[in-house]
Design a binder for this molecule. Structure first.
Ligand SMILES: O=C(O)CCC(=O)C(=O)O
Length: 459
């Protein structure tokens, strides 16, 4: 889709003022086609509609004590799918488990976890024919998804771009702003990215994660600074409870600076993901233009530093023997500007709305778009970054491809002047994106809402 020029401010809604933010808005909600249990697994489950009181459930507790400082060893690992009763005896005790003791995640104390082969054992996709959820993946009861079915959400708007945004630009601006304000999420159809490319992209992710361990091992790293990085869960070596997902992530902009780091197996990876990255980037600029109009900020407000980076994140959630006990990803909201997700055909994404989890069912060939914390701040709270999580299922693997559009580290993030002028009170103090990223991770560890420390008291 070619980039569209701005068309003045006539498409703006809400006027940017606080009073306008509180105004009830016209609801134009498309219905979401229902999910067919014959073609795909049933939606994941939930014991409690209400989430746990925990403010943030990115559980990045400190290191599972068994292996951190053990001497290295080349001994063979046990079948990684066995949750070992022996590990129980040493958990939380001062006594260090002897080398060779199976750990709670099924690996073995003393194995050299730094060697590529051992690192690969950490991947959840390496644990074949898994019959039980290993203990180190079992979440505390208050944040487990549980067994009850989560209602599928037909209310999150599905916005049809009709392949031509200029024919109904005002309406689109209004609907995007309403969705961003009420849900922080919407789905986008007829967006111009070809269906074949959407499908091939998810297939590339599936194929990559299904490669034999030795073909992926060179990408595995615990170092988040690595340009193209395969990892598992969130911070495997430093968290107490693991999450049921493997992840490959790399930068995409400019393409020529990054593509040489990407996998060459599957053989079409660079071609397909490269094309896809460019198309998603173009679409993101279109969306940001529409959001610009909705906010009433000057044309091109998001160009340059604020939308400089595109991080591609490929997730793989293998079938899980008991989806009630664990999560693919815990409750979180994204720190960046906007996120454009290709969630394929397998459900798993849930959005928190009014303290209730809602399942966001896949719509064929649609993108899921959500507002990040950065955009919440720039919009001075007019748009919201909604919390979401990923549940697993017992039947099929789920592969998803996320594009995070994010500011450069040195970008200054602050409520847009035009909005502050209008509603007069900024809700957040300015900060550098880099500073926010650091505090975001720390806040996640400490269970604090990441924007809290940047909020300006309104009393
Ligand atoms: O895989 C999904 O459905 C969502 C992924 C996600 O929330 C993330 O990557 O932050």
């Amino acid at each position: 889709m070619a980039r569209q020029g701005r068309r003045g401010r006539e498409g703006r809604i809400g006027g940017g003022g606080k009073e306008k933010r509180d105004m009830p808005m016209k609801k134009e909600v498309s219905s979401v086609p229902s999910f067919s249990p014959t073609s795909n697994p049933p939606s994941a489950t939930s014991d409690q509609d209400k989430p746990a009181a925990t403010t943030n459930t990115l559980i990045l507790f400190h290191i599972a004590e068994e292996t951190a400082s053990q001497p290295t060893s080349d001994m063979a690992l046990p079948a990684a799918n066995v949750a070992a009763p022996q590990a129980e005896r040493y958990a939380g005790s001062e006594i260090r488990a002897p080398i060779g003791t199976p750990r709670k995640d099924g690996l073995m104390v003393g194995a050299d976890m730094r060697s590529p082969a051992r690192q690969m054992e950490k991947l959840i996709s390496s644990k074949h024919n898994i019959q039980h959820v290993p203990e180190s993946y079992i979440l505390p009861p208050e944040i487990r998804p549980g067994k009850a079915t989560t209602p599928s959400c037909k209310c999150i708007p599905v916005i049809d771009l009709h392949g031509n945004i200029d024919s109904n630009r005002q309406d689109l601006v209004q609907r995007i702003m309403e969705a961003g304000q009420e849900f922080g999420f919407f789905q986008l159809t007829n967006h111009g990215v070809p269906e074949e490319l959407m499908n091939e992209t998810v297939k590339m992710a599936e194929e990559f994660f299904q490669l034999p361990a030795e073909d992926k091992a060179s990408f595995y790293s615990e170092d988040p600074r690595k340009g193209c990085r395969l990892s598992t869960s969130i911070d495997y070596d430093h968290e107490k409870v693991h999450f049921w997902r493997d992840n490959l992530r790399h930068h995409c902009r400019p393409l020529e600076d990054h593509v040489a780091e990407w996998p060459t197996n599957p053989t079409r990876y660079r071609e397909v993901i490269g094309n896809y990255a460019v198309r998603v980037w173009e679409l993101s600029l279109v969306l940001l233009d529409l959001i610009c109009e909705g906010l009433g900020t000057e044309s091109g407000y998001f160009e340059g530093g604020l939308s400089k980076l595109q991080m591609m994140s490929l997730n793989y959630y293998p079938p899980c023997p008991d989806p009630a006990l664990t999560l693919g990803l815990p409750k979180h909201a994204d720190p960046n500007l906007i996120t454009v997700l290709n969630q394929g055909a397998v459900p798993g994404l849930q959005v928190l709305k009014d303290e209730k989890w809602l399942a966001l069912e896949p719509v064929p060939n649609a993108f899921v778009v959500n507002i990040g914390h950065t955009l919440q701040v720039i919009s001075n709270g007019m748009l919201r970054s909604a919390e979401h999580r990923v549940v697993t299922n017992a039947y099929v693997a789920r592969a998803t491809v996320t594009s995070f559009i994010q500011p450069s580290n040195d970008s200054l993030i602050r409520p847009a002047t035009v909005l502050v002028d209008r509603c007069s009170l900024p809700l957040y103090r300015p900060f550098r994106y880099e500073e926010f990223l650091r505090t975001y991770l720390k806040d996640a560890q400490d269970g604090r809402p990441p924007l809290q420390q940047y909020e300006i008291s309104q009393t």
